[in-house]
Design a protein around this ligand. Structure first.
Ligand code: MFK
Length: 219
């Protein structure tokens, strides 16, 4: 399937590439926040644009033909560095780092001004984005992966910009459907809760490689 790529990289080189990816994404993330908050005038904006355009030109010297996709080493480990939530190459990813415990998965994320919806509050779509990934990755880690079929989010109270905590666990499995529940907590109170149904798609059922099965959604 296109977008799932076998690409063996030796551990040392992988560590270097990973560091490079995180470092530039971090710089661009900072640029995004600085852009949202800047109050400088026209000449500073013009100068900043000139520098940004020059940086873009450098990066364009050597580009992938399209999206990053999901890449595997032969040991089965995978890289989803373009992912919109977790991707270490992707500056629009918050980025979320997931911690998998035996029975649940959690994350703590700092959501700054780039993720604003209502004044001073996190955009509801951003919370849904994080919940989708958190719940889906929880299903994957528990060995019952799938693509999001349904995601229901209940916003119980506003979530101020700042640190949030996400937590999810598998509720039950019914055939190819995995039901996962999760919450977003902010300042010690649950501000959003979600239930997702993650479905192993037809193309991944039956005689497929274990590696492919593990890559159904994203991780
Ligand atoms: C490795 C995993 C890591 C996961 C990380 C995830 C984070 C990122 C998640 C995403 O962003 S995934 C991208 C967003 N989702 C999609 O693009 C999914 C698009 N939809 C599909 O590909 C298919 O519609 C889907 C795989 C969800 C289901 O199609 P199938 O043809 O495989 O389902 P099928 O018709 O065989 O139905 C299987 C069961 O699921 C039920 N079902 C089908 N679609 C459903 C749905 N949308 N919601 C709830 N249940 C659904 C269906 O009734 C049936 O129930 P029963 O087994 O009880 O009969």
């Amino acid at each position: 399937m296109s977008g799932y790529i076998q690409e063996d990289i030796a551990p040392e080189e992988l560590a270097q590439r990973s560091e490079l990816a995180s470092s530039i994404a971090g710089s661009v993330r900072e640029l995004i926040e600085a852009t949202v908050r800047t109050e400088v005038g026209a000449s500073d904006i013009a100068e900043a644009r000139r520098l940004i355009e020059a940086a873009t030109e450098i990066l364009r010297k050597d580009q992938l033909p399209g999206a990053y996709g999901i890449r595997f080493n032969s040991d089965g480990s995978k890289r989803s560095w373009g992912n919109a939530v977790l991707g270490r190459r992707n500056p629009i990813a918050p980025p979320v780092v997931l911690h998998h415990e035996p029975d649940h998965t959690w994350t703590e994320v700092e959501l700054g001004p780039a993720y604003e919806g209502p004044a001073g509050l996190v955009h509801g779509g951003v919370l849904a984005l994080i919940l989708d990934q958190l719940l889906g990755s929880t299903a994957e880690f528990q060995g019952v992966p799938g693509m999001t079929g349904t995601l229901n989010v209940r916003y119980r109270r506003a979530t101020p910009l700042g640190q949030i905590r996400g937590e999810a666990r598998v509720d039950r499995v019914e055939g190819v459907k995995t039901f996962v529940r999760g919450t977003i907590t902010s300042a010690g109170e649950v501000s959003a809760e979600a239930e997702g149904i993650f479905i192993l798609p037809k193309w991944a059922r039956g005689e497929v490689s274990d590696v492919l099965r593990k890559s159904v959604g994203e991780g």
